[in-house]
Design a protein around this ligand. Structure first.
Ligand SMILES: NC(=O)c1ccc[n+]([C@@H]2O[C@H](COP(=O)([O-])OP(=O)(O)OC[C@H]3O[C@@H](n4cnc5c(N)ncnc54)[C@H](OP(=O)(O)O)[C@@H]3O)[C@@H](O)[C@H]2O)c1
Length: 266
């Protein structure tokens, strides 16, 4: 598929760090203009400083639908079109169902599910007009529930269902819908993950330096977009988890429990 990229416009949420920041840099390097949205102003302005004429920083909260609509209006005003929406903004938590406050589960759903719905719903008419791309950054946890991440898993399962339904609605329109599921990726997400009472954990249970980098993830996602893939599963461990779960979901309870049992599960 030969696609003309110069002058195309992408809207990336969660662009102030990690995968969203890496995606923004990758898209700009490939010739795109990017509207980069997050709540933190300073990192967005640093990012935009690298290519002020091509990156539009947008300070907003994806939980706020009206703010997403205002951000979209700013994108059209600045670039005059929108070709791709990448719903990447996300948070996590680590706490069992028994101990977690309900407010934490609701918060995760608000950002990961409703935040993605807000930006996709806002952008959809223009994406259809451009026969463009809708990308949802899901997770391996959107295909296999993970212990102490019930809200996170639920939010990504919900996102997958939403995107699969939307992809089917858009059959034959030329819009490409990609469900991208990174495996464990080096980023701040586990440090920021909420504890049972909604406070950031401030530590990570994983050896971050050994994980796939956000730049590698961005490279894979971009390639999957251009080749019109519908699903992208990343890391060997991630693919194995999804495949084994499809074959033997009950057996996988024991395997997944053993992996996470270094965390206190009960
Ligand atoms: N890292 C992994 O291992 C991994 C694996 C699978 C999937 N993922 C998914 O990849 C996506 C990116 O995560 P990451 O690892 O890059 O984490 P990250 O470095 O913590 O980045 C998360 C981004 O989301 C933004 N964000 C959070 N809440 C927001 C809100 N309410 N409104 C707008 N922006 C918000 C953050 O910016 P502000 O705080 O400035 O708003 C930040 O830019 C998430 O959807 C995550 O679930 C990550």
């Amino acid at each position: 598929m030969s696609i003309q990229i110069q002058g195309r416009v992408a809207w990336v949420t969660g662009a102030s760090s990690g995968i969203g920041e890496a995606l923004t840099r990758k898209l700009v390097a490939e010739g795109w203009n990017v509207a980069a949205l997050a709540r933190s102003e300073a990192p967005l302005h640093t990012l935009a400083g690298a290519a002020p004429d091509r990156i539009l920083p947008l300070v907003a909260d994806v939980r706020d639908y009206a703010a997403c609509e205002r951000a979209y209006a700013q994108i059209l005003e600045r670039f005059g079109r929108l070709d791709a929406v990448i719903a990447n903004a996300g948070i996590s938590h680590r706490a069992t169902v028994e101990e977690v406050d309900l407010s934490v589960l609701r918060e995760v759903m608000e950002v990961n599910f409703w935040g993605a719905v807000h930006v996709i719903k806002t952008a959809l008419p223009e994406i259809k007009r451009q026969r463009g791309w809708i990308v949802g950054i899901s997770s391996i946890a959107g295909f296999r529930g993970l212990p102490a991440r019930s809200g996170y898993s639920a939010s990504k399962f919900a996102l997958n269902g939403f995107l699969e339904a939307l992809r089917t609605e858009l059959y034959g329109t030329g819009v490409k819908v990609l469900i991208a599921a990174p495996g464990f990726t080096r980023s701040a997400i586990r440090m920021r993950a909420l504890d049972a009472h909604g406070r950031p954990h401030g530590e990570t249970p994983l050896p971050e330096e050994k994980l796939m980098t956000a730049e590698e993830v961005a490279q894979h996602i971009y390639h999957a977009m251009l080749t019109g893939k519908k699903y992208l599963l990343l890391t060997t461990q991630g693919k194995l988890t999804v495949w084994l779960h499809r074959l033997a979901p009950i057996f996988m309870d024991r395997i997944v429990y053993a992996y996470f049992s270094r965390e206190r599960l009960h």
